[in-house]
Design a protein around this ligand. Sequence first.
Ligand SMILES: [Zn+2]
Ligand SMILES: [Zn+2]
Length: 156
Amino acid sequence: MIMKCPHCYERVFPKQDNTCPSCGKNVLDTTEDMECYDLVELKDKQKLPEICFVCGESTKNKAKISYSRKYGSKDYLIVKLIVLIFSPIIFLFSLIANQNRRFAKIKVYMPICGQCSKKERPEPKYINYDNYSICFIVHKNFKDAFVNVNSNNIGK
Ligand SMILES: [Zn+2]
Ligand SMILES: [Zn+2]
């Protein structure tokens, strides 16, 4: 039976001993805290709600997260993080790859409140450079609002 792994938030078929094939942890080993989170996949030109993706409270703060990667050196990853307290930005995500795809850059403005930005460092769960998408583990409130503001884009 497909279920959401409470550790990595992937949809998985748990193995016979109830471990997650993706992260190797026991899927039955949950806490209530984990129920509040889900995985969201962000793509270019998607709107993000003004909701802190960590705690689910409304916020106008945003953290700019940018990643660069050179092809051929997989470990080369630059992370820059700046917390912005500016007005909302409509298109919050951009990913640039040049024609011969030797270099990729992702920039995303994740809404995060002042409180959370002090203690949490927004880390994407993973980046898919081929799909131009980036996955974050987010609060359910954020996910719901995200689905709402992008509901015109259903079907991608
Ligand atoms: Zn897992
Ligand atoms: Zn927060």
